[in-house]
Design a binder for this molecule. Structure first.
Ligand code: XLS
Ligand code: NI
Ligand code: NI
Length: 441
């Protein structure tokens, strides 16, 4: 446990003048704003799978990553070594949370019973580390998409044995979530969708997905797991069409199947753009429906149509995202999980630190800019002024429910002129630029 994997020393805050790739310029975890530390506002998390399992392969080439644990060949020794590395990494990076799939942390065997034994050993190891570390688990999830048994989906598979396997897998994952004190449990429906409707009973599959989630809610209650349940929308990949397409369809599904009280959403930036939305749109849609639970922080690439999971460095997007988070009153049990991977060519171990620092600085700066935008109130005022006509007269009657088609017709029928006002889009865009450039004023 005491062996060190990383030569990089602990990352500290050096301020905006620093040019070091291994220092925070904007993220000062201890800084207090509105009575809370920045670390509490942002609740950063490391994604185990991308940082400890991704080897750098792509469809055209094999692994490129140089990792200090690569030399460990026994699968269980490797699993335990990676947990040691994870705790060292998070502590050095000043990140308090991490997320994992069940299959990320322990090797799978030929039966679930055997696999669960491996998991128990690794989970005990995680718990040992947690006794002396402040690093905690943001969320746990089950990988129900990699193994070939999930070729047709998990809860939406046409094969009842697969449904049963997935149920038993989530049962175990929920037990683990409780054991490690996870604050959330995530469902990302990797293969819960279809490749062709010609072979698909969509109605039945959706009902089964709902049955599955109800069982999960019931079991969590039974074992006293009090974490927040999250659905993670994504429109496609690996399936052509995933059922939790975006925030709107996930919310409609939750309402239709009486699951709304038990779930919030985990919004991922790159999934939003794949669905043809902005990150801001998905966050706002979730927020106004009281469903913004957590964030998978990454970014896509305008020129690539896949979930490329880049580390987020786009300050503009991060600012608009943090605007939603602050309006949401923060992320509560959720956090900012870097569901992001280093590029294949950023293969050095040190790059793992560099990319997280870049992402954390981006969100810390974005949070501060958004905080200033909200505190100044100018943008909010422009927006509320735009709807001012609903505060008096006929507008007030509409909003208060007094108006009907008849009274509205009476009011408008002889009016020859209607006056509209400018949308002020370009001014607002330039105003955001001003905030981005002068965030410290
Ligand atoms: C894949 C998803 C996945 C979930 C966890 O695109 O983002 O990584 O976050 O299963
Ligand atoms: Ni994700
Ligand atoms: Ni993703």
């Amino acid at each position: 446990m005491n062996k060190s994997f990383f030569e990089t020393s602990k990352i500290s805050y050096e301020g905006p003048k620093s040019k070091s790739p291994l220092a925070f310029k904007y993220y000062n975890p201890e800084e207090i704003v509105d009575g809370k530390k920045m670390s509490e506002h942002l609740r950063f998390s490391v994604a185990f799978w991308h940082t400890f399992n991704y080897g750098g392969s792509d469809p055209f080439g094999t692994d490129t990553m140089m990792r200090p644990w690569s030399k460990v060949s026994n699968p269980m020794d490797l699993a335990l070594a990676k947990i040691d590395a994870l705790f060292e990494f998070c502590e050095k990076l000043n990140v308090e949370y991490f997320c994992f799939h069940d299959r990320d942390i322990a090797p799978e065997e030929s039966t679930l019973r055997e696999t669960n034994k491996n998991l128990d050993i690794v989970v005990d190891h995680i718990k040992d580390h947690m006794k002396t570390s402040r690093v905690k688990v943001l969320w746990v999830t089950a990988n129900m998409f990699s193994n070939p048994r999930y070729v047709h989906g998990a809860a939406t598979s046409p094969n009842a044995d697969v449904f049963a396997y997935a149920a038993a897998q989530v049962k175990k994952a929920l037990e683990i979530a409780r054991e490690v004190g996870a604050q959330n449990y995530v469902f990302w429906g990797g293969r819960e969708g279809y490749d062709t409707l010609l072979n698909t009973d969509m109605e039945f599959e959706l009902e089964n997905m709902a049955r599955f989630l109800h069982m999960a809610v019931d079991y969590a209650k039974e074992i006293g797991f009090d974490g927040q349940f999250l659905l993670e929308p994504k429109p496609k990949e690996p399936t052509k069409h995933q059922y939790d397409f975006d925030a709107a369809s996930a919310i409609a599904f939750l309402q239709r199947y009486d699951l709304s009280d038990h779930f919030k959403l985990n919004i991922e930036a790159n999934h939003a753009t794949l669905a043809g939305h902005t990150f801001q749109h998905e966050l706002m849609y979730a927020r106004i429906n009281d469903k913004l639970g957590s964030i998978d922080a990454n970014q896509g690439d305008l020129l690539l149509g896949w979930d490329v999971d880049r580390f987020p460095t786009n300050l503009y997007e991060a600012t608009l995202a943090m605007h939603e988070v602050i309006k949401n009153g923060g992320l509560h049990k959720g956090g900012l999980n870097f569901d992001a991977k280093v590029r294949r060519a950023s293969f050095k171990t040190e790059d793992l630190f560099v990319v997280h620092v870049a992402g954390m600085d981006t969100f810390a700066a974005g949070w501060k800019i958004a905080h200033k935008i909200i505190k100044d109130g100018l943008v909010d005022k422009i927006v509320s002024d735009r709807y001012a006509s609903y505060q008096y007269g006929i507008g007030k009657e509409i909003v208060s429910g007094k108006a009907s088609f008849k009274t509205l017709e009476e009011y408008i029928i002889d009016k020859s002129e209607i006056l509209n006002d400018s949308g002020m889009q370009e001014y607002l865009e330039s105003l955001i630029n001003q905030y981005l450039l002068n965030y410290d004023d």
